[in-house]
Design a protein around this ligand. Structure first.
Ligand SMILES: Nc1ncnc2c1ncn2[C@@H]1O[C@H](COP(=O)(O)OP(=O)(O)OP(=O)(O)O)[C@@H](O)[C@H]1O
Ligand SMILES: [Mg+2]
Length: 574
């Protein structure tokens, strides 16, 4: 489960700890400040590994002494288990698995310092996992002073290897996490590199909506029966009404009308046979149920996401789309997309701009870093025709160029293809919803790209004229042995003639600049240096590109071309 290779082991440990810190801060409505330090401290015991120390410290609500042992040393001790919330943690095995791995490889559990608001002194201890009995063991317990109101600090020593960039990279994870958590301030130090700080760009702690129950139409028979185990000896009626969304008394009556025996509904769950479960299940599938409510999903929001995108590096321009929560496969989902073009693509050598765009995937605001090929988000990106937006793309593949395409999917019921939660199942409905968001973002982007192309065209024309016009006149005059006066006149005439051409192109550029100005005035687009004002656009509507708000840096090339053509520049310089 995420510890299959030395690099993955380090990433998974970091991820489990940071995801927990973010969840804990969100629940306690605290603006998270997380500090990460990862370093090599010696040779590992396994082949080709180093002993790696991973420290994660948060300013969350902290944990009580009683809970520490359970959280770090017991499996399935989570309060979040199967509760249908958009939290990062879902299962209650994450951090105990990391403790187990530390114990297996370095013979030491996790070192924890914790302090809640009620504790005067912080508690420092080591938690070990008693794997056989699924119990945590507390060691080296002592009180220590800690200069913060509350929080948790964990320290793991594991056998592993440091990888910074790329699929399994630690930096990929940290910058991705910052991107979809605009309210996070993150300090990190990895290896010998200096401390880096990513400041929060939003001061709002996202409100995590209340939990929701699964919709019966999202389940397979096996899951349906397993779900009943959470309800002990309740009757089938109670289970169906409390355990599922959109099952009301009316629905139960409809089930009976559809031929379900009333007696089954009154039976206690521990007495129901598999055949009876099957009967209830198939009757439920056969009737029409209301789609679930979308109230349980949350979004990052275009404003916060836009600000966050700028933390990706030097961004030339970008567009962000937040779709309204929708229902896919009877599950509420919210899709958000940000596409940014990097000005000075880091780590991309010259002439390598033809490499595929960088795809960042997020599920419930956690970066997904492995097994991307079969993921719904990648399938959706590949299915969009990016060439129509002026972005090169090999057929049915990821588009090319210095772009970052970030896709965020939030849902209380994300269906992953595998246990390590790295690939989102690509159902047709979900891929379509993702596609719509990508198309909207692509349309927004294409306007910038078209304008740039026009400006470049003009620049090329002018450059040609400037280069060849004097040579042409000179040659013609020499052939015809014309006097200097004639040459002067010809130059003037030719310039006039060509000037018309320049003027036409200039007019085109002027029109483009004017369009840009109008759009700026109407607030449909914004220059990148300006603060992103609150947007009024109805999220997620399928709007024509002209009606969609955009954010962009002033077209540098257009500015250059306008200057060259001696046209007074109308745009605001940035
Ligand atoms: N840094 C922390 N501060 C406060 N509470 C924490 C912290 N870390 C963990 N917890 C608590 O411990 C519980 C168990 O964490 P654990 O990582 O095992 O499971 P999870 O996050 O719920 O699910 P998953 O297995 O998917 O990670 C959490 O649900 C949370 O209540
Ligand atoms: Mg967790």
């Amino acid at each position: 489960m995420g510890f299959s290779s030395p690099t993955k082991a380090v990433l998974t440990t970091l991820k489990e700890a940071v995801d927990n810190s973010l969840d804990a801060c969100e629940e306690a409505e605290i603006l998270p400040e997380i500090r990460v330090e990862i370093s090599k401290v010696g040779p590992g015991t396994l082949k080709n590994t180093d002993l790696i120390r991973i420290q994660v410290e948060d300013n969350g609500p902290g944990l009580d002494a009683d809970d520490v042992t359970k959280v770090f040393g017991e499996y399935l001790a989570s309060s979040k288990f199967g509760r249908g919330r958009c939290s990062r943690g879902q299962q209650g095995i994450g951090i105990s698995a990391a403790t187990t791995w530390a114990q297996l490889t370095s013979a030491k559990g996790v070192q924890v310092i914790t302090k809640t608001a009620r504790m005067k002194q912080a508690l420092s201890c080591v938690v070990q996992v008693d794997i056989k009995n699924n119990k945590g063991m507390l060691q080296d317990k002592k009180s220590v002073s800690w200069d913060r109101p509350s929080g948790v600090k964990v320290e793991f020593f594991i056998d592993g290897r440091l990888q910074l960039q790329g699929e399994g990279g630690l930096l990929t994870y940290l910058t991705g996490t910052a991107l979809v958590n605009p309210h996070l301030t993150l300090k990190y130090k990895i290896g010998d590199a200096p401390v880096e700080k990513i400041e929060r760009v939003s001061k709002e702690v996202p409100a995590v909506p209340d939990a929701t129950e699964p919709h019966p139409h999202t389940m397979k028979l096996g899951e349906f029966i397993a779900h009943s185990h959470l309800f002990g000896k309740s009757t089938v009626t109670t289970w169906l009404k409390k355990g599922f969304s959109r099952v009301s008394d009316n629905v139960l009556q409809e089930l009976v009308k559809a031929g379900l025996k009333k007696s089954i509904l009154e039976t206690s769950l521990d007495k129901v046979t598999d055949a009876e479960f099957k009967e209830v299940f198939s009757k439920l599938q056969s009737i029409t149920l209301m789609a679930p409510s979308t109230r349980s999903v949350m979004i990052i929001g275009e404003e916060a996401f836009s600000k966050s995108v700028r933390r990706l590096g030097e961004v030339d321009f970008f567009s962000v789309v937040t779709r309204k929560p929708a229902i896919c496969d009877f599950k509420p989902v919210a899709v958000e997309v940000a596409i940014a073009r990097l000005k000075n693509p880091l780590a991309r050598a010259e002439g390598e701009d033809d490499s595929p765009a960088q795809v960042l995937r997020f599920a419930n605001r956690v970066p997904l870093q492995f097994d991307k090929a079969a993921c719904a988000m990648v399938k959706a990106i590949e299915s969009v025709n990016w060439r129509t937006y002026g972005i090169p793309q090999p057929k049915n593949s990821i588009p090319l160029g210095p772009y970052v395409i970030a896709v965020s999917l939030v849902s209380p019921f994300i269906k992953f293809k595998n246990a390590s939660k790295e690939t989102v199942d690509a159902s047709d409905e979900l891929v379509e919803e993702l596609r719509r968001a990508l198309i909207q973002a692509g349309q927004r982007l294409s306007r910038h790209i078209r304008r740039e192309a026009r400006a470049e065209d003009l620049e090329n024309k002018i450059r040609h004229i400037e280069q060849f016009c004097p040579i042409l006149v000179d040659c013609l005059c020499r052939i015809t042995k014309s006097p200097a006066k004639r040459k002067e006149k010809a130059t003037e005439g030719l310039m006039k003639l060509l000037g018309r051409d320049v003027q036409h192109a200039e007019k085109q550029l002027e029109a483009a600049v004017e369009d840009h100005q109008k759009a700026l005035k109407k607030g449909k687009i914004q220059l990148i240096e300006e603060e992103v004002a609150e947007e009024t656009e109805g999220e997620g509507a399928d709007v024509a590109p002209e009606e969609v708000p955009e954010k962009k840096a002033a077209p540098a090339k257009a500015a250059k071309a306008a200057k060259k053509a001696k046209t007074p520049r109308k745009e605001k310089a940035v």
